[in-house]
Design a protein around this ligand. Structure first.
Ligand code: GUN
Length: 295
């Protein structure tokens, strides 16, 4: 069994991005600039956004953090998005999800200009992804593809079971791995909360991608010998062994399944760091106008 070290792979990506930034600087060009919009006080969102700002500092990008109150109206948020769409200094921006319940997430996602949608959530980018056209790929699925690539894990003809059908992880993941590309060319089964006999599917899988947010869900009886397990879950659970009384848990019961796997991502330190590295990568593409050359 080999542990997939997402921290290490993300650091390798940051080194490449840093040297790109150095070349842009040397040529007197405009440095990549990412903006993040955070609405309200969701503690997990605050942590994620802070990590994104820190990553910008690490690679030498400009960053702008826009914090809005939890009672910000949908109209006010749309106005902020409109301003970012038209601000030539900002190459790309994200609106951290989830949003407060009174704001329609779909409306917000669709208001972001596709050429600045470095999260890859806009229907234009999702559609282009499906068609195998240049697009910003959603950060978590893109990060997972990069992990499979870094560890040279074969995907062609493999059976991949994705558990979870969210718009930002499970659904795009299933499309990316089924595409005619490398990594890709998998036979993909997309399971979700209404799937019957989940174990029947997971036991057949060469690759399992877990994105359901249920700590310790995947047990060893549910997988076959040599399976590759990629764990997107990150939940806070009580712990008697940490000072804080909490620890982070993935969707896989790591201790239970690790020896039966060929590869496994730890939580934390697996998929998480790759999500942010992918966002940084997309921001460089945005700055270079590689996906939308005319913009
Ligand atoms: N919430 C959880 N993951 C993400 C992400 O990748 N982007 C945004 N904008 N919000 C998220």
């Amino acid at each position: 069994m080999e542990i997939i070290d997402g921290k290490k792979v993300s650091e390798d990506i940051y080194s490449v991005l840093k040297s790109e930034v150095d070349s842009i600087k040397a040529a007197g060009g405009k440095l990549p600039h990412l903006a993040a919009v955070l609405v309200g006080n969701n503690p997990a969102s605050q942590t994620y956004v802070a990590a994104k700002v820190k990553a910008c500092e690490q690679v030498g990008y400009g960053s702008t953090l826009i914090k809005l109150d939890a009672d910000t109206t949908e109209a006010a948020l749309l106005k902020t998005i409109h301003e970012l769409n038209n601000n030539a200094d900002i190459d790309g921006f994200i609106v951290q999800l989830p949003l407060p319940a009174h704001i329609d997430e779909n409306k917000i996602t669709q208001a972001i200009a596709p050429n600045k949608d470095v999260d890859g959530f806009h229907p234009t980018n999702l559609g282009r992804m499906v068609l195998n056209l240049p697009a910003y790929l959603p950060a978590t699925p893109f990060g997972i593809v990069k992990l499979l690539e870094a560890y040279q894990i074969p995907t062609l003809g493999k059976h991949c079971v994705v558990i979870g059908r969210s718009h930002i992880v499970g659904s795009p993941m299933s499309i990316l791995l089924a595409r005619n590309s490398n990594p890709g060319n998998c036979t993909v089964t997309l399971c979700h909360s209404r799937s019957a006999d989940l174990s029947h599917h997971t036991r057949q899988a060469d690759i399992i991608i877990l994105a359901i947010g249920k700590p310790y869900f995947l047990k060893k009886e549910m997988i076959k010998e040599g399976a590759v397990v990629i764990d997107v879950g990150i939940s806070r659970v009580e712990s008697t062994t940490t000072k804080s009384g909490f620890k982070l848990a993935g969707d896989a019961d790591y201790e239970d399944i690790a020896e039966k796997c060929s590869y496994i991502t730890p939580v934390p330190g697996g998929v998480g760091p790759m999500t942010i590295a992918s966002l940084m990568y997309n921001t460089l593409l945005a700055c270079r106008k590689e996906i939308y050359p005319a913009s």
